[in-house]
Design a protein around this ligand. Sequence first.
Ligand code: MTE
Ligand code: MO
Length: 174
Amino acid sequence: MMPIRTRALSALAGLLLALAPANLMAAEPLEAPTGRVILDIGGAIANPNDAAQARFDLAMLDALPQRETVTATPWHDGTQTFTGPLIAELLDRVGAEGTTLRVVAINDYAVEIPVEDVRQHPVILASRQNGAPMPVRDKGPLFVIYPFDEKPELFNEVYFSRSVWQVRTIEILP
Ligand SMILES: Nc1nc2c(c(=O)[nH]1)N[C@H]1C(S)=C(S)[C@@H](COP(=O)(O)O)O[C@H]1N2
Ligand SMILES: [Mo]
């Protein structure tokens, strides 16, 4: 039988664990990618899987909580259905500790997105358009999608410029 003080401590530890917010639970190690890496996250992260970086294949992104966004965009004819992980969930998974995301595309287009955006709005890193993977020629494989139809106040040049397609890396700036 454990001494009373040890028992009290382990009960306290259990209680704290039960009360811990989801983002502190992200300490669970990030598995290594087994497929082709399509996204690298670097910078201020607590949970890398390759030196200082968190590298993802599509299966790892698919394993995160997903959201469907049905919206028109300036780049498509008619309403589209985009699916992918919430960027907020992705940040929690890598233990991101910054204020700003520097999102860089395959063509080296880069923009800074305030973390506040993805905490206030369900912004996704879409991996599917109308249920199918997006080839690079159709702005894939990963596309930052704001919920324009649900939140018309986002339908302007500020958020268009943050709608990065062909995303390759995200750096978390402190
Ligand atoms: N990968 C990638 N994403 C990008 C861009 C780009 O050049 N490359 N341009 C951005 C900017 S500045 C805007 S306003 C919108 C719209 O670009 P468009 O005018 O070419 O449609 O896409 C954004 N996403
Ligand atoms: Mo732009």
